[in-house]
Design a protein around this ligand. Structure first.
Ligand code: MN
Length: 156
């Protein structure tokens, strides 16, 4: 790993722009670049995600933590039961087991760096029960975007 040059407009050399999570459709208009894949002495990855205007990331939670810094435009994030505006260079931590979703809500491209450990658990998607719980708060109900869960109530 040597220097990875920024080649302009939030594209980095040697990092292919990937459609975020090829499988499933719990997200919209978001791409990912792997900027740093990590190594045993520094077991974290740095990725850059970019959401097109109106798009969003997956509504999910997991045990691992994200440290996020917005670097392009502004957007909003749900963290637990709070919705926060993120402007470029703002930082936000997504704590363990906390529902989160990023949205490009201001009619502009929203890009952020995301630091995460290499070894991590799989994200959990909301069940029908989880969604019912989240939708109790009208503020959250108006914000979250998701596809109907495939998992019936009570089945893990
Ligand atoms: Mn996540």
């Amino acid at each position: 790993m040597t220097t990875v040059k920024h080649t302009g407009l939030f594209k980095w050399d040697r990092s292919d722009v990937l459609k975020y999570k090829e499988k499933g459709n719990h997200f919209k208009d978001i791409t990912r670049q792997m900027l740093y894949p990590g190594r045993p002495e520094l077991p974290v990855q740095m990725r850059y995600f970019e959401i097109a205007p109106g798009g969003h990331s997956t509504l999910e939670r997991h045990h691992h933590v994200h440290m996020v810094m917005a670097i392009r435009g502004s957007g909003e994030v749900l963290v637990g039961n709070e919705i926060q505006k993120l402007d470029s260079f703002d930082l936000v931590e997504i704590p363990p087991k906390t529902w989160h979703q990023f949205r490009a809500t201001f009619g502009e491209t929203f890009g952020f760096l995301c630091l995460v450990q290499i070894e991590r658990d799989r994200p959990e998607l909301p069940t029908v029960d989880d969604l019912a719980q989240l939708n109790k708060d009208p503020k959250i109900a108006g914000f979250i975007r998701y596809d109907a869960p495939l998992i019936p109530v009570g089945v893990k």
